[in-house]
Design a protein around this ligand. Sequence first.
Ligand code: NAP
Length: 284
Amino acid sequence: MTAAARAACVIGWPIAHSRSPLIHNYWLKHYGIPGAYRREAVPPEQFADFIGSLAARGYAGANVTVPHKEAALALAQPDEVARAVGAANTLWFDGALRATNTDVEGFLANLDACAPDWGRGLHNAVVLGAGGAARAVIFGLLTRGVRRIAVLNRTPARAESLRQAFGPPIETAGWETLSAQLAEADLLINTTTLGMAGQPELPVDVGRLPSRAVVSDLVYVPLTTPLLRAARARKLRSADGLGMLLHQAVRGFTLWFGRKPEVTPQLRTLVAADLASTAETEVE
Ligand code: NAP
């Protein structure tokens, strides 16, 4: 590595499954940037020390994934987005160690790419799930002025805590109202783990959605979830989880390596092939 080379990493526990090295190393090679992006397996009890020594280890910054996203918030100076979401996934040095959450812009940029006018005249969004990903999605929708967001979750108390955190545009509703909610929805977003390989299917009848509706699924293993397949069969516009994963990586690369990378069909094909081979392994 040359003296100018920079390095970044993804920190998690476990970390073997992360696609971030594939994405960032593709961009480093594609743009001819001397640098490195590595996996760092760090258990929770060592996370604070690892972050304290990030610069000494030669890192310009890092991605942070499960189970460290909340802890990272407390160890860095978070921006408004990370504070609102309650979790950080991207760290970089700017005098101090800063933190943000790029799931928000990843979600929005992917929708913008897949359904460019999705926000025009959008009144009702339905969010399924109330975990960490739902917080990022809701914050993103609010920044785009969505007027009503119905949050449905298996555990109603978690949906209620989102309503309290984000205020009046958020309404909570029970799963039994799903059918009625769908009939009014301009945008449906699955942020639960349902539909993921090894998990039960999401019980949604997309036939209830109006033809103007856009469907977004954050799950990316499998790439085409049963929800997305049903939406496409109905010719509804849709945005998949892989697109969000790729778009959320743009900001970190820009911060660490000094060039804004593009999410291209070639990158998508590369990561999709890796996901497909992993899904096959998981099924075996
Ligand atoms: P999380 O905090 O653990 O939340 C999981 C959500 O799924 C909760 O709302 C949970 O409901 C719900 N759920 C789990 N099992 C369920 C079941 N059997 N029936 C009904 N609901 C169930 O996870 P997360 O971090 O938000 O991630 C959620 C999904 O988003 C994952 O598939 C993750 O891979 C994906 N994601 C994708 C991206 C991307 O870039 N594409 C980014 C972030 C996350 P309860 O509250 O009732 O437990």
